[in-house]
Design a protein around this ligand. Structure first.
Ligand SMILES: Cc1cc2nc3c(=O)[nH]c(=O)nc-3n(C[C@H](O)[C@H](O)[C@H](O)COP(=O)(O)O)c2cc1C
Length: 149
């Protein structure tokens, strides 16, 4: 099984979460790469992997803003080859804001439009990420993925 985890993170929270998730996927036997959205192009992103994970924190006050580095990817996500792909979404945010983890909602909706299949409920982290909670989600994701195959 091959997985790719792509994250956009400004203060490091979503980056940390991406690496915790990758640790669980690797322990579960998956060949897993972690990519920073700042250095990643959208072309073929979903190709050659069994599961693609997309993660972004949420910014903005009155409207949903994806994390800066994730925006160029999001805007050209139609180039990623998402039709029929298995995808999971994660991100950090704060419930003190009107649109809690709005970036996760936006990514879910866009990948759905592009024909991808969400294999598990998305991870929305409120405040500082807790390793045990993130790892529990990643384990549940692995289980859902295996059932789906
Ligand atoms: C100016 C500002 C705006 C924010 N807007 C939102 C928001 O609209 N929704 C949300 O869930 N979190 C919001 N947050 C919280 C961040 O998403 C949160 O701090 C997150 O952990 C940052 O993750 P990162 O380090 O991966 O970028 C905001 C934070 C700041 C400082």
């Amino acid at each position: 099984m091959k997985t790719r985890v792509v994250y956009g993170s400004s203060t490091g929270n979503t980056e940390t979460v991406a690496h915790w998730i990758a640790g669980v996927l690797r322990k579960g036997g998956a060949d897993t790469e972690v990519l920073d959205a700042a250095k990643t192009r959208p072309e073929g992103l979903a190709e050659g992997v069994d599961l693609l994970l997309l993660g972004s924190s949420t910014w903005g006050e009155d409207e949903i803003e994806l994390q800066d580095d994730f925006v160029p990817l999001f805007e050209r996500l139609e180039l990623a080859g998402l039709r029929g792909a298995r995808v999971a979404v994660f991100g950090c945010g704060s419930s003190e804001y009107a649109f809690f983890c709005g970036a996760v909602d936006a990514i879910e909706s866009r990948v759905g439009e592009l024909g991808a299949r969400l294999v598990h409920e998305s991870l929305r982290v409120d405040g500082d990420p807790v390793q045990g909670e993130v790892e529990a989600w990643a384990e549940a994701l692995l289980g859902a993925f295996q059932e789906d195959c």
